[in-house]
Write a new protein. Structure first.
Length: 481
């Protein structure tokens, strides 16, 4: 349990910085003291034992104090971004909402779900040390990346120690590490896993909820930082000299791909140690690839013993053949919380299936070749394609449209529109329709086919379309009929 680790570090390295929040530094001793006082505060409110507590604290440092205190008392915590989400959680064992922002109508929210609203502050509560024999609670993450609808993933203290040992090895986090987490929320994989992993190693976590984003990169001793493509673009938009360049910091970019021009600019302005991170909220890190050659942009280096590429029956496919990516669930989540249907669909035989098609090379590296599921992810922007496909089909007067996201042979991520039509389309008329319906995505590639693969009910078989598109890209000399 991470709270026990923090208290242990407070004994062995009390003056070591555990975190920096918007420029204010807390030692491990100060962090442990705050958690101990928060424990006393919540016990005084009789908030302990089993059940789930919504922790709705805006300042990340204070959120972590409250969450870790509650977990050490046996409760499971969850974070939300806005009040309406509390009523939508559907948790039968919800106990309370703690520390809701002043902008919320707390009384109304809690009345609707039938739980009390409680303060998160510790006041003059005395420090309450950890007791032996108390079973700690977990933390619930929220994800929509695979299914298109929010699902909940429980990070259980029963597997967290082994889980984070694997994560630390994959990302090279050690006691000396100083890790920037920016303002990633604790409902996300990065926002939860990066701090917990760093603290379990005895390192320092840097939170920065301030803007502009350059403020988070003023420290010269940062060893690790993580960005999604949209935040990377925001940082690169800063003027020259807005932040110092590091020669050693490892910058991981996850949640989408970078352009080659962004890669070149990162190395020139931010750091030469650029890592392409591939992961999912539901799983271990999938791949961590240092980008040193053009090949590294597209071909991922898998983390230890994590992935397989299989056919629809779960059998490993030969090298060079496209199949479904799956990730080992040992020492990690085994399903979605309170959702047996989604668990059966995405967790099978000890593996998590994120919905990606992939191909393996002889050297053990793999490339993503599209999505099996209906959710499209382009540079971290996720959409459900069905309504857009329907509008395009009607506007273009064609019999079918299938939208897919995929990386090309240069590793660039893009949106593809596969259009089923028996007659040639007027390209002059096509462009404005595409711009109107999917104008938020630059450079949509259009493919024409005489017939989309369909099942007996007439539904387009998206996986078959993705596999065809992947083959066309692997063999660029092929033409689409």
């Amino acid at each position: 349990m991470i709270t026990s680790a923090i208290f242990a570090w407070a004994e062995s390295q009390p003056d070591k910085a555990a975190l920096e929040h918007n420029g204010e530094v807390w030692s491990y001793a100060a962090f442990a003291e705050a958690i101990a006082r928060s424990r006393s505060h919540f016990r005084g409110l009789r908030l302990e034992g089993e059940g789930v507590v919504v922790v709705a604290v805006e300042q990340l440092r204070d959120w972590w104090v409250a969450s870790l205190a509650l977990r050490s008392l046996g409760l499971t915590t969850i974070a939300v971004r806005e009040a309406v989400e509390v009523a939508d959680l559907g948790l039968p064992d919800l106990r309370a909402v703690v520390g809701a922002p002043s902008s919320w109508n707390v009384a109304e929210v809690c009345r609707r779900v039938g739980v009390p609203a409680l303060e998160a502050g510790t006041g003059d509560a005395p420090a309450l040390p950890l007791e032996a024999g108390v079973q700690p609670g977990g933390h619930i993450l929220r994800t929509s990346g695979t299914t298109g609808a929010f699902k909940m993933v429980l990070m259980d203290p029963a597997f967290e120690p082994a889980y984070f040992r694997r994560r630390l090895r994959s990302n090279g986090i050690r006691r000396e590490s100083v890790v920037s987490v920016l303002d990633f929320g604790p409902w996300t994989g990065v926002g939860y896993k990066s701090p917990v992993g760093t603290w379990s190693a005895g390192g320092t976590v840097v939170f920065s909820q301030a803007r502009p984003i350059r403020q988070a990169f003023q420290r010269s001793d940062l060893t690790h930082a993580t960005l999604v493509p949209s935040l990377l673009a925001e940082l690169l938009a800063e003027p020259a000299g807005a932040f110092p360049r590091s020669q050693t910091m490892q910058l991981g970019v996850t949640g989408g791909t970078m352009t080659q021009s962004q890669i070149d600019e990162v190395k020139a302005r931010i750091t030469p140690v650029l890592v392409n991170g591939l992961g999912a909220t539901e799983s271990h890190p999938i791949a961590v690839t240092r980008i040193e050659t053009p090949d590294d942009h597209r071909w991922h280096t898998p983390c230890e013993g994590v992935i397989e590429i299989v056919d629809d029956a779960g059998r490993p496919v030969p090298t060079g053949q496209i199949g479904r990516l799956r990730i080992d669930t040992a020492d990690g989540p085994k399903g979605y919380l309170n959702d047996p249907g989604a668990t059966r669909a995405f967790f099978k035989d000890g593996f998590f299936y994120p919905g990606d098609l992939a191909v393996m090379r002889e050297d053990g590296r793999f490339a993503l070749m599209g999505r099996v599921t209906d959710v499209i992810n382009v540079k971290g922007h996720k959409i459900t394609p069905a309504p857009i496909e329907d509008r395009l089909r009607e506007a273009l007067g064609v019999s079918g449209v299938c939208l897919l996201s995929m990386q090309d042979t240069a590793g660039e991520e893009g949106l593809h529109a596969v259009i089923e039509t028996q007659q040639p389309l007027d390209t002059a008329a096509l462009a404005p329709v595409l711009q109107r319906e999917i104008g938020g995505f630059a450079g949509v590639r259009v493919h024409f086919v005489s017939a989309l693969p369909r099942n007996e009910a007439g539904k387009v078989l998206r996986q078959a379309v993705a596999a065809d598109l992947a083959r066309w890209q692997l063999a660029p000399q092929a033409t689409v009929q």
